[in-house]
Design a protein around this ligand. Structure first.
Ligand code: OOG
Length: 239
């Protein structure tokens, strides 16, 4: 089996695997090619690319996973959960949720709207432990995302309060300033990363700018809500 196949199998069978990509000696560039092959398998099964995500754009996230470099991954339509919708926590290995800001892009990578968002991440590696090439190849732990109501771009996005609530209690507190200093920096970063990988942005694609706080485990039965000051909320319930 190729490394992309191993990661794909791990996801489909909900079985964590060892850090096979860093163990193989692959560097970050090779890891992105593995990610591309992994997502191509999903597309081959009928999924459609709907956007990109940045990861590890905040210190809180870098510290949580011990990798200190911004990374990016691909989003497909199968990962989308409607706002207020439900997910089966049992479909994942060890799911976590984190509050984010999402942009809607045009084909040039400019933002046409912004929304509060929740990302569901699920590392395919045992104990949620990985080195940089592992997490890149694993499509940066992408598993699902919820987009709240799209808003016109406000004058500033750089210092809005962010909460992650679980069952009505505050589990994480942060600020959009934690995301690259200003989440709008995610736009240029995504355009650069995508063009260096030969990815053509499409009108209407979503860009997840990265989490503003550390992630929290998603337990069955939990109701999780991201609140971004001035933008609104995005929520899901886990079965
Ligand atoms: C890597 C993905 C991180 C973010 O928003 O920082 C990420 C991980 O924590 O497993 O999506």
């Amino acid at each position: 089996m190729t490394l992309a196949e191993r990661l794909d199998e791990a996801e489909r069978t909900r079985t964590a695997i060892p850090q096979v990509v860093s163990q193989s000696g692959a560097d970050a560039d090779e890891a992105y090619r593995i990610q591309e092959a992994l997502v191509a398998r999903r597309v081959g099964r009928g999924e459609r690319l709907v956007g990109l995500k940045l990861g590890l754009t905040s210190r809180a996230k870098m510290a949580q996973v011990g990798v200190d470099q911004v990374i990016w991954g691909r989003l497909t339509d199968a990962m989308r959960v409607e706002d207020g919708g439900t997910v089966d926590a049992g479909r994942y290995i060890h799911p976590r949720v984190e509050p984010e800001v999402a942009f809607r892009l045009d084909a040039n990578g400019a933002a046409t709207a912004v929304a509060p968002a929740l990302e569901l991440i699920d590392s395919r590696y045992a104990d949620f432990k990985f080195a940089l090439p592992d997490v890149i190849a694993d499509n940066t732990s992408a598993a699902g995302f919820v987009i709240g109501a799209w808003q016109p771009l406000p004058a500033g996005l750089d210092n809005l309060g962010v909460l992650l609530e679980v069952d009505g209690r505050v589990a994480q507190i942060g600020s959009t300033a934690a995301i690259l200093g200003d989440p709008r920096r995610a736009l240029a970063a995504a355009a650069t990363l995508a063009s260096s990988a030969g990815v053509r942005l499409e009108d209407g694609w979503v860009l997840l700018a990265g989490a503003a706080t550390a992630a929290v485990p998603l337990a069955p039965g939990a109701h999780v809500r991201a609140v971004v000051e001035g933008l609104g909320t995005a929520s899901l319930r886990a079965l």
